[in-house]
Design a protein around this ligand. Structure first.
Ligand SMILES: [Zn+2]
Length: 181
């Protein structure tokens, strides 16, 4: 039942993002607008604290862009490939089941993983962080720290699901220039 709720949340986040994307820009404010709209459309069987947390989710959804801060050299280098996947560079191969297998595959076809992107893995890793947080929530639903943990992981996951809704995040032609060799 709870898995269904989380799946429903994912779908709402993606659908909400797709609709809002038609009319809005991107970056932190764009992501925030999308996730606040998605939260407001959640069904009553989602926990109330989560349905009412649009503003908090709207803040957390921007964190992956804040991590691009040039002063945060380790974080920027470690997460910048999480925002995209240049599908042409995957050459039609099935995506492996985790990030490190994907890195191995891309290296085997002479591609640089940090240039191809890791977006599907960022989504699924954060989805599972959120699922673990909701597990804790079910054990201790009044615990304020666990509620905030759910919102943080949901916000970060929503950043990457909303990135996925932007077609320019899935092509080597993201900047309108000729494809790379
Ligand atoms: Zn992004």
């Amino acid at each position: 039942m709870k898995k269904l709720l989380i799946l429903r949340l994912l779908i709402l986040l993606v659908v909400g993002a797709s609709l809002a994307n038609l009319a809005r820009g991107w970056w932190v404010n764009g992501h925030a607008t999308l996730v606040e709209a998605a939260a407001s459309a959640l069904p009553d069987d989602m926990p109330e604290f989560f349905r009412k947390a649009g503003k908090a989710l709207g803040h957390f959804v921007g964190d992956p862009d804040r991590w691009k801060n040039p002063s945060a050299k380790f974080l920027r280098a470690g997460t910048s490939a999480d925002h995209f996947l240049d599908l042409e560079d995957v050459e039609g191969k099935d995506l492996p089941s985790d990030r490190y297998q994907a890195i191995e595959l891309l290296q085997s076809i002479k591609k640089r993983p940090e240039k191809v992107g890791m977006l599907p893995y960022a989504i699924m890793e954060n989805y599972e962080r959120l699922a673990c947080a909701f597990y804790d929530f079910r054990q201790d639903p009044e615990n304020e720290a666990i509620r905030w943990k759910c919102l943080l992981h949901a916000g970060v996951m929503a950043h990457y699901t909303t990135d996925l809704c932007m077609p320019l995040h899935t092509t080597v032609n993201y900047d309108g220039m000729k494809p790379r060799d």
